[in-house]
Design a protein around this ligand. Structure first.
Ligand code: 5GP
Ligand code: ZN
Length: 109
């Protein structure tokens, strides 16, 4: 079975999309851990940071620039926010498709 985030990227599974271009998609996390909780990911299926290749560096850079733009749109650029990649079980990673969490809108623990 194809991965959930690939399905969301293709529009086969609905999500609350806040940004999309040909390479990157960003949508609201279904179980938000902060008032602003957005997931930003390359549409290309890269399992995690562990599998990143040099050819992916532009995608990662673009993902962070998309996060910057969303942070501004969501009004947390001045108050602060956190960008997180979870890698593997000790980090609590549950979905094996590279994604960046953008969390903000409250004082984060
Ligand atoms: P991870 O723990 O792998 O870093 O993060 C996966 C995130 O995906 C979790 O925060 C979880 O709430 C979110 N998530 C899981 N399934 C769905 C879904 O079907 N739709 C959306 N929008 N988010 C999801
Ligand atoms: Zn995938």
């Amino acid at each position: 079975m194809e991965c959930l985030f690939c399905k969301i990227a293709k529009g086969e599974v609905p999500s609350d999309i806040v940004y999309e271009d040909d390479k990157i998609i960003a949508f609201k996390d279904i179980h938000p851990k902060a008032p602003v909780h957005i997931l930003i990911l390359p549409k290309k299926h890269i399992p995690s940071v562990n599998q990143l290749e040099p050819e992916d560096k532009e995608l990662v850079g673009e993902s962070i620039l998309v996060a910057q733009k969303i942070a501004k749109e969501q009004g947390v650029d001045k108050t602060g926010y956190r960008l997180i990649f979870n890698i593997g079980k000790d980090a609590g990673e549950t979905i094996g498709h590279l994604h960046l969490h953008l969390l903000g809108g409250k004082r984060l623990p």
